[in-house]
Write a protein that binds this ligand. Structure first.
Ligand SMILES: [Zn+2]
Length: 123
């Protein structure tokens, strides 16, 4: 899942498609040049993805990701569902909810740097 987030950040749509389960994979995926991903926090992972799962196990990851689009901050919150097949995890689907954020200049930056927003990630 974290590697998929990195792929989002870098616009690596091929990787996103390659980790998408065949049953739900879109035909194509176009990166949005106006979206800048800034931060990711994993709220919950189940089961513990360090353990070796069994064929057809289902995994869940609840995360929040922060992004900027045309100078406006947003938060994507999603519960993603994965299935373990052929000795790897595949993304099946999720429940994405996007919320527009209205931070103040002195709020901590969403990227996790612990700097103030006005001094960080201005672009
Ligand atoms: Zn920042």
């Amino acid at each position: 899942m974290r590697s998929r987030y990195s792929a989002f950040v870098l616009g690596l749509t091929d990787y996103l498609l390659a980790t998408w389960h065949i049953s739900t994979r879109p035909v194509e995926l176009l990166p949005d040049p106006h979206t800048q991903w800034k931060g990711l926090s994993i709220i919950k992972e189940a089961p513990d993805l360090q353990k070796t799962p069994s064929q057809a196990d289902i995994g869940y990851i609840h995360f929040r990701a922060y992004f900027k689009e045309r100078a406006r901050w947003h938060r994507l919150e999603e519960n993603s569902r994965f299935v373990f097949e052929q000795r790897r995890w595949w993304y099946i689907d999720g429940t994405p909810e996007v919320m527009r954020l209205k931070p103040r200049r002195n709020d901590p930056c969403f990227c996790g740097s612990s700097r103030k927003l006005k001094l960080c990630c201005k672009e």
